[in-house]
Design a protein around this ligand. Structure first.
Ligand code: MRU
Length: 363
């Protein structure tokens, strides 16, 4: 049966964190147990879990495991600090990771006893998970109004284009970009989603399409280069994407290819919205292009492609065997191309004034 969430505590043993291992989706539903900080790090680094909010939630449990393990280390403080560095280095672009780790460090600051620290870190990780569920739900409430407006104007199914997976497998539940879509569907508003396949790891084709199919939401998978064509022909009412890190000035880092969709949307007067919880805002940055670290991943993700033979998952070589490949995992869409940010507190301009207006208490 499909789990309700992407991460949860083992029902019989709350010391074990369970996740959907997203690598074989949609062909196999694999559940993995995380019990150590090293396992949490591998799950993030090797993309068993992925998507900014879920990376943050997994890292939060990683800190809890690190505290627990530190209790029996010969030098607990040194062990703990090394494991925190390891977690922080596991994926560089999604700021939710550093946000969650820092939230944990603040929570245990000043506590001497490692047992007490572990209790606090466990509770804090659980809080982070529950807050993400609530925030993503609220993103849906606010984003629903945009879909509703489109429907009122045209009276036709609302055509939404999305990139990568900003769905429930990228968060704990609901998703960011998909939350308004789920809520529109539940409200009886007809929606159809154009799903960018999202090379090289195909999170759109594999995971977004799977999630939408589970929810019975009409969708069509398209190659990454099709979006511009669809927009030129009036076949997209709204672009809705997620974010891995958004600067205080509204520049948006998201999965590679997002920028090209924003350019096409701008050229065709298609509204381009980014859905994100405040945990994805990096209040310390003002220039996304210069300041957001862009993860570079293995060449093999580009040169090879994974698919289901009907019996097993296989990887096959796509390129000439000696051709080098470059694998930039994210790009930055400048704020000027973003129509608005959909957050848990409402929709704002992609600007410092907009963000500060909604979040005067943060940053
Ligand atoms: O490399 P991934 O799969 O972790 O990248 C995920 C994305 O780019 C998502 O669109 C982003 O995290 C927003 S998800 C809520």
């Amino acid at each position: 049966m499909l789990p309700q969430r992407s991460i949860w505590l083992h029902p019989k043993s709350p010391d074990i964190v369970q996740i959907v291992d997203q690598r074989p989706l949609p062909h196999q539903l694999a559940i993995a147990d995380l019990t150590t900080v090293d396992e949490a790090t591998i799950a993030i680094k090797d993309m068993w879990v992925r998507g900014a909010p879920l990376i943050g939630a997994t890292a939060a449990y990683g800190v809890y495991f690190a505290v627990k393990e530190a209790r029996t280390a010969s030098n607990p403080a040194e062990f703990f600090s090394q494991k925190i560095d390891q977690l922080l280095a596991s994926r560089p672009t999604a700021v939710n990771l550093a946000w969650a780790v820092n939230r944990q460090l603040e929570a245990i600051l000043g506590i001497e006893d490692w047992g007490k620290k572990a209790e606090i870190a466990f509770d804090t990780a659980n809080q982070i998970v529950e807050e993400d569920v609530a925030q993503c739900h609220q993103i849906g409430v606010h984003g629903l109004a945009l879909i509703e407006d489109c429907y009122k104007k045209t009276g036709k199914p609302v055509q939404v284009l999305t990139h990568c997976n900003a769905g429930r497998m990228a968060c704990v539940a609901w998703g960011t970009a998909t939350s308004p879509i789920y809520q529109a569907h539940a409200a009886g508003i007809p929606v159809h989603v154009w799903v960018d396949e999202t090379r090289p790891r195909n999170q759109g084709a594999r995971i977004t399409a799977w999630e939408l199919a589970q929810a019975g939401i009409p969708h069509t998978v398209i190659v990454d280069n099709a979006g511009g064509h669809l927009m030129q022909h009036g076949m997209v009412d709204l672009c809705l994407v997620g974010s891995d890190r958004t600067t205080l000035t509204g520049d948006v880092a998201n999965k590679i290819g997002t920028y090209l969709k924003a350019l096409a949307a701008h050229d065709n007067d298609v509204p381009f919205y980014v859905a994100l919880p405040s945990t994805t805002i990096d209040f310390t940055l003002k220039d996304g292009l210069k300041e957001i670290p862009i993860e570079k991943r293995a060449e093999s993700e580009v040169t090879k492609i994974q698919g289901w033979t009907g019996e097993s998952l296989e990887q096959v070589l796509l390129t000439p065997k000696d051709s080098p490949a470059a694998n930039y995992a994210f790009d930055v869409t400048p704020a000027r191309l973003v129509t608005g940010l959909i957050t848990e507190r409402g929709i704002c301009d992609a600007s410092e004034a907009g963000i500060r207006g909604l979040f005067p208490d943060l940053g």
